[in-house]
Design a protein around this ligand. Structure first.
Ligand code: URA
Length: 233
């Protein structure tokens, strides 16, 4: 993967009004997820998903995006405020930290696939601000079929889970980040998983500790890149 400038679609200027349209067949609470034929179907499918209640307050469902057969898939927790408005993953403050670390590690964002464990923004309204809330185990489970579809269609060699919610979604169980960090573990016959911290954890740290931890995170991304090279990607 080569070094190159990272580009994003620019965020939508305004929140889109939430429509009251009914769920598409197959994405209601109790029905099985539809089998997608292509990643291009994902946006509409997650936007119509009613398997949990997060869609009600969110602007839109935010699907993953990136290279269709990327060797590396990044999984975050859920869209944040900026991502909910823009309809694209990791375009807000955590995305800026992630982009910088990826670029410093020599990983081109266009060459990877970036998604989230949960596709709708969960938040608490405080005045004008929408404050992030952690998704529940049930919400992660309700959304997991979409991640499985993305894995089936992209078939990455390595899935990098960012933080505890992503780790749960990717591995199907709770793990501590410290016990899993820094190594690839087999997920199935074709894919390995690698668990690390979430970039928003870095944003919450005091300045000095943050610099050290950003370097550590960037080194870990370099190790991911080396792992991919060693595995023919
Ligand atoms: N945090 C996430 O986990 N995902 C995003 O897309 C943005 C912030």
């Amino acid at each position: 993967m080569s070094m190159a400038a990272t580009t994003h679609p620019s965020p939508l200027p305004q929140r889109r009004a939430r429509s009251s349209r009914p769920a598409l067949a197959g994405v209601g609470k109790t029905e099985p997820l539809p089998v997608l034929h292509a990643l291009s179907e994902l946006r509409e499918a997650v936007d119509h998903c009613r398997r949990c209640t997060l869609w009600r307050a969110a602007t839109q469902g935010v699907p993953g995006e990136g290279a269709p057969h990327a060797p590396l898939m990044l999984v975050g927790e859920q869209p944040g405020d900026s991502e909910d408005l823009a309809g694209h993953p990791f375009v807000g403050p955590a995305g800026a930290v992630l982009d910088r670390a990826l670029a410093d590690a020599g990983i081109e964002r266009r060459a990877i696939y970036v998604t989230n464990a949960v596709k709708h923004f969960k938040y608490e309204q405080r005045g004008k601000r929408r404050l992030h809330m952690k998704p529940s185990i049930a919400e992660i489970a309700a959304c997991n079929g979409w991640l499985r579809e993305e894995l089936r269609l992209v078939r990455p060699k390595l899935v990098l889970g960012l933080g505890a919610s992503a780790a749960r979604a990717v591995l199907g169980r709770a793990v501590t980040i410290t016990s899993m960090r820094g190594k690839a573990v087999p997920l199935d016959e074709t894919t390995h998983a690698w668990i690390t911290i979430h970039p928003s954890y870095l944003l919450r740290m005091p300045e000095e500790a943050r610099r050290i931890e950003i370097d550590r995170f960037t080194d870990e991304l370099r190790a991911v890149r080396q792992w991919l090279r060693a595995h023919g990607a």
